[in-house]
Ligand binder design. Structure first.
Ligand SMILES: *Cc1c(COP(=O)(O)O)cnc(C)c1O
Length: 230
């Protein structure tokens, strides 16, 4: 691999951004690098800077990148995009974490695929806490009434919720949505469920991770703040 001067510059810039974000985030919070639209070389640079957790939102793009990074065997790969049912198998096959389990039907399908592959991926249930035409996710009522069925899906290690606030809200409104997510996770954790755990909250992106951490996020998903504008 040949690294030109501009490439070296971007590596320094990446290291500086990584250090800057790390400084602002408690060690207990996992920082997941969202590398969608960025090349496998960028992932490799972040790996060299110490990062081990990366997220993609498109199946083909993610798998193509993983193929170029197959020598880096200790990366944890997260899937954070909407999953079409015909892609469920590929997601289970290639990702350790699935944050975007957004319906009972998808959960059941992922569970079947996981069983057939002898896997048990870690999952978050994506929940919609405010109206948002741009995003999928469980409505609160659907999620609560589906818990008993979700709890039967023994090939999924359901660990918590993923929350994405709609665009265009104030910091205060965003914080309120994250608090609502934390409260919902607590409510679910209080029910007598066998498989489902609620020890993870995947909340917060480049623009709102401070509010998410204040509300109890355990995993933040950072793209632009680490890797620059897409
Ligand atoms: C793109 C994306 C992110 C990262 O967003 P940034 O604003 O680049 O930090 C986080 N979560 C999901 C689900 C995304 O699609």
């Amino acid at each position: 691999m040949s690294l030109g001067p501009s490439h070296l510059g971007s590596k320094d810039e990446l290291s500086a951004r990584l250090a800057h974000i790390r400084q602002q985030v408690p060690p207990s919070v996992r920082i997941i690098g969202v590398t969608k639209t960025f090349s496998s070389d960028i992932v490799r640079q972040a790996y060299d800077a110490g990062f081990r957790e990366f997220a993609e939102n498109k199946v083909q793009e993610g798998i193509a990148k993983q193929a170029k990074l197959s020598d880096l065997t200790d990366i944890t790969w997260h899937f954070i995009g909407h999953i079409q049912s015909n892609k469920a198998l590929k997601v289970v096959e290639n990702f350790d974490w699935i944050h975007s389990v957004d319906s009972l039907k998808l959960a059941a399908r992922l569970n079947r695929q996981a069983k057939s592959l002898g896997k048990r991926p870690s999952c978050c249930l994506q929940v919609k806490l405010a109206p948002d035409p741009a995003k999928t996710g469980f409505e609160i009522e659907t999620l609560l009434s589906g818990l008993a069925d979700l709890d039967q899906l023994s090939a999924l290690d359901i660990r918590g919720l993923m929350v994405i606030p709609p665009y265009g809200l104030t910091n205060v409104q965003v914080r309120a949505i994250f608090e609502k997510g934390a409260a919902l996770a607590q409510e679910i954790a209080g029910r007598s469920l066998v498989n489902i755990k609620m020890d993870q909250l995947s909340m917060g992106m480049s623009g709102d991770f401070e509010q998410a951490i204040a509300a109890g996020a355990t995993m933040i998903r950072i793209g632009r703040g680490l890797f620059g504008q897409r």
